[in-house]
Design a protein around this ligand. Sequence first.
Ligand code: NAD
Length: 486
Amino acid sequence: MQQTHDATTTMHFIDGRWQPSASGKVVHTYSPSTGARLAAIAEGDRIDAQAAIAAARRGFKSLARLTRWERARLCFRIADEVERRSDELSRVLAMEQGKPLEAEARGEVAAAATGFREAGELIKWMEGEFIPVETPGKRVISYRQARGVYAVITPWNFPINIPVEYLAPCLAAGNAVVWVPAPTTSLCAAMLMECIAAADLPNGAVNLVFGPGAVVGDEIVADPGTDGIGFTGSARTGGLIAQRGAGKPMLLELGGNGPVVVLDDADLDRAAEAAAFGSFFNAGQVCAASGRILVTERSYDALSEKIAAIAGKVRLGDPLDPSTTMGPLNNAMVATKVDEHVADGLARGAELLVGGNRSPELGSELFYKPTVLGRVPVEALLNSAETFGPVAPIVVCSDEADLLATANAASHGLAASVFTRDLGRAFAFGENLTAGLVNINSASCYWELHLPFGGAAGKQSGIGRLGGKHSLREVTDIKTITFDIS
Ligand code: NAD
């Protein structure tokens, strides 16, 4: 296998080769937990992105010559390689992204292997249709076909697993890919790309281009050489992509502000555990996090006490220390947003129950204490916008109707939870929530790779559904062929 790096720099992977930027420029990535420089990364521009698109167009032709069984085998080989290198991958993920190695990073890497394996399995059994028609002598079939070259743009919060959610179904279905990862997790992307390259794909089948999203990401979205778009990131960037890529099929997985709704008859221990887990998992940098916890006065005191007690047990620290359960935030932008949301909540009268500021003594400015705020007013940013940090904001509503109205008032509609002992009540409440995924009696971020995941219509959480067969449908077109045998 070729080297990802020359003597000093992590390079792009274009046309089956690791290559420097056409401009020769490099940028650096830094550890969020120590601030130390981790690596020099090739900084791409539009020229590099165009080279990758040209390579992908050739790669698509090569992929089209492979049977589904052959592409499935490629996916299985990648899964094997991810598993073989899981220790290294998990360490780089913990070092560069900041999530705790034992508590979280290993799980994300394991899921990445599963993602490739499941896409390889599913593509073999994705059947087409024989469609009866009225006209004598006509026979009609329809089946799903790869679209061509996919532009895939991914964020830094799950830098191994989210790319796999696109790369695996694209490759299994026969699409070539140009992938632009988030700059702050470039090393994770390079190592995942090494695992993919080790499967001996046709040249150009998967290409990785580093660089600023607004440059290389924009290029792969807008260039007529790409045929479809897969994007996970913020609603703001999703909006830009929808304009720049107008006319192309696109799967957009955007932000969330998950309501965790605790009805009056809920098991409060269970609700508190799940709500706190959803707030502090990955330091809250999760689209399906417990963005806000909604409860009535009847359960507020007991619930907030329980959540505060759990927050007190979170072990914030070095992601590589096995006892750590929460690491630093990934970057300065997200940390600033958390500061702003907490300050806004307090200024509007929320009560600070735990945390509320950073812990720079742990090694960097990006350590943010697990934080619980009570009696957060509905107009506070903590309730109305996505915070994306380790904050559990508790909002008190007047009754069940108010809980539902407050839950649905947000601009996002991705994942939610409802806690109640009454299954009928849970079902009715869940049906009325404007969210793509509703978890009854568990954390809002429960999900498995084959389950449909995406935003509700009319909200700013995206378009389409990721997950298993849903992803395969999203990255393929329906081809209909009619035969006249008369
Ligand atoms: P972001 O939108 O700032 O960046 C995401 C990616 O887009 C990065 O790779 C970035 O480089 C690239 N990008 C930036 N500007 C671009 C442009 N003009 N054109 C093309 N690409 C561009 O988001 P982020 O802060 O990295 O990620 C956090 C967001 O992602 C949160 O809102 C979170 O909820 C969301 N998210 C959603 C899901 C989901 O499945 N719905 C999963 C994880 C994260």
